[in-house]
Ligand binder design. Structure first.
Ligand SMILES: [Zn+2]
Length: 488
């Protein structure tokens, strides 16, 4: 009998553990995601997988009977928690602090997506035919709230309510949002994770990353709490608020159910747009077609496969990110849509780990919009009266300096634009060996301070320089025509 290659199993919290992260010598610990019987990691040089403990399948029927069943399970994990919730018509429930320190409980529903509105169809009359009613909801949204130019629909929830309902009736075309959206009222042990403006409630097991902000609902607290914990009240609830850290793990175990603080798996860092908040899943507004650049950092020494999944999945192909080696960041590049939202989930394959990234195109985004025109990551090159922009994300990313260019003016000629502290790798090519080796490679996080060295390189005959923007792409500077340097 051949054993199935099951790529993940469950740990004792019920979390999916990808085979790469399984501890090889932890025997009889992991469980089959289907039949829940013991599976053991097999990690050979060629293949790595979990297999049912021998004898298990003689006594138990496991519905994982073919590789196709396994594939189906892997595909199932690819669907983000956000999409599953929306299919189920769940209201997403959040806690956040208002200026002044009051806590607010609010619900979020998706707005309409432009892609579901056929071209030529006027959206406004459709929206005015929507009727919304709600219970447990303090200000019920109206039809217009669901306009696709809105990133999402938010509304206040009454923390005393046991059940929330938003019922939406309207034209069939708006099928995506019609129906009864529901959520349960707050209960003791509810856990909200995110940041202080916006933390999402998780009712299932949720792995928490150190540094995330946590709110836990409790009936009453009669013990002395560590200084790190702030307490709030929300109707009759006591809310404990604290950052997830090693020293707050005991607190999480005591007050909250269904919680794990195991290795979280990965970080998704939104480099562009630069004003994106690192931990919140709030929509990020930026101009239409602005660059999107997301760095995904796996856990130390792990080299899992990450993929970008559209929300919902049918809206786009799943993109696999190129591996860059264990523990190294890998990158996803894209652009904002011309209008409306783009929602993607960064997913670690063979796990239920998903990170929502919600980008929303606005002509005049209010927050952080005018920062630097940060979509212009790259180099500006002064060229007479004008300046030329060379970006690693642009089609055109090479510039040839004219023959009369004076290398010593480089520091006043080149300006860096982009996120502060980005790692740049600068490679200079020399036709003849310089200092015994060519090319020369240097790294810097401060290009301006490096430019005098670059002048020196060109004076020594450097013919071309490539500037690599930390995995994003490369800009080429060509000095081969410059006659005033050593090329003369
Ligand atoms: Zn099984």
């Amino acid at each position: 009998m051949t054993s199935l290659s099951i790529p993940f199993a469950l740990d004792h919290h019920g979390n999916e553990v990808p085979i790469d992260e399984a501890e090889r010598f932890k025997a009889n610990y992991y469980r089959c995601p289907e039949c829940k019987e013991i599976v053991n990691p097999r990690k050979g040089d060629q293949r790595k997988y979990f297999a049912h403990k021998s004898g298990v399948l003689d006594e138990t029927d496991c519905s994982l009977s073919s590789q196709a069943d396994v594939e189906e399970m892997v595909e199932e994990l690819r669907t983000s928690d956000i999409e599953k919730g929306e299919e189920n018509q769940d209201i997403r429930v959040y806690l956040g602090e208002e200026p002044g320190g009051r806590l607010r409980l609010f619900g979020v529903l998706p707005s309409l997506d432009w892609s579901t509105i056929p071209p030529g169809v006027d959206i406004d009359p459709l929206l005015s035919d929507i009727e919304v009613s709600g219970s447990g909801v303090e200000r019920t949204p109206v039809g217009r709230s669901f306009h696709p130019s809105e990133p999402e629909v938010t509304f206040e929830l009454d923390p005393r309510s046991e059940k929330y309902l938003v019922e939406i009736d309207g034209p069939d075309r708006l099928d995506d949002i019609l129906g009864e959206w529901t959520a349960d009222g707050p209960t003791s042990g509810d856990l909200f994770v995110g940041d202080q403006t916006r933390a999402r409630r998780f009712q299932e097991n949720r792995q928490i990353k150190h540094g995330e902000w946590v709110y836990v609902l409790a009936d009453a607290v009669d013990v002395e709490l560590p200084d790190i914990v702030e307490t709030y009240s929300l109707a009759d609830w006591t809310v404990l608020a604290f950052p997830a850290r090693p020293e707050t793990e005991a607190l999480l175990e005591e007050y909250s159910t269904g919680l794990t603080t195991d290795e979280y798996g990965f970080d998704a860092d939104i480099v562009l747009p630069a004003h994106a908040h690192p931990t919140s899943d709030a929509p990020i507004s930026s101009k239409p077609r602005d660059a999107i650049f997301v760095g995904v950092v796996p856990a130390p020494e792990q080299d899992p496969i990450f993929e970008i999944v559209s929300i919902p999945k049918r809206h786009g192909e799943t993109v696999e990110l190129e591996s860059t080696g264990p523990g190294n960041p890998r990158y996803f590049k894209s652009t904002l849509p011309a209008q409306g939202s783009k929602r993607i989930s960064v997913h670690q394959r063979n796990s239920s780990r998903h990170r929502l990234v919600h980008l929303h195109a606005e002509e005049d985004p209010t927050e952080g919009a005018q920062e630097t025109g940060i979509g212009d990551i790259g180099l500006s090159i002064g060229h007479g009266e004008d300046s030329i922009h060379l970006g690693p994300l642009d089609e055109e990313s090479e510039y040839t300096f004219p023959s009369d260019f004076q290398p010593q003016t480089l520091p006043g000629t080149i300006t860096y634009t982009g996120p502060e502290g980005l790692n740049l790798e600068i490679t200079g090519e020399f036709p003849t060996t310089y200092e015994g080796n060519s090319p020369l490679v240097r790294t810097t996080t401060n290009l301006e301070s490096f430019l005098p060295n670059l002048s020196h390189w060109v004076n020594q005959g450097c013919s071309s320089v490539s500037v690599e923007f930390d995995g994003i792409g490369t800009v080429e500077l060509n000095f081969s025509e410059v006659t005033s340097g050593g090329n003369a």
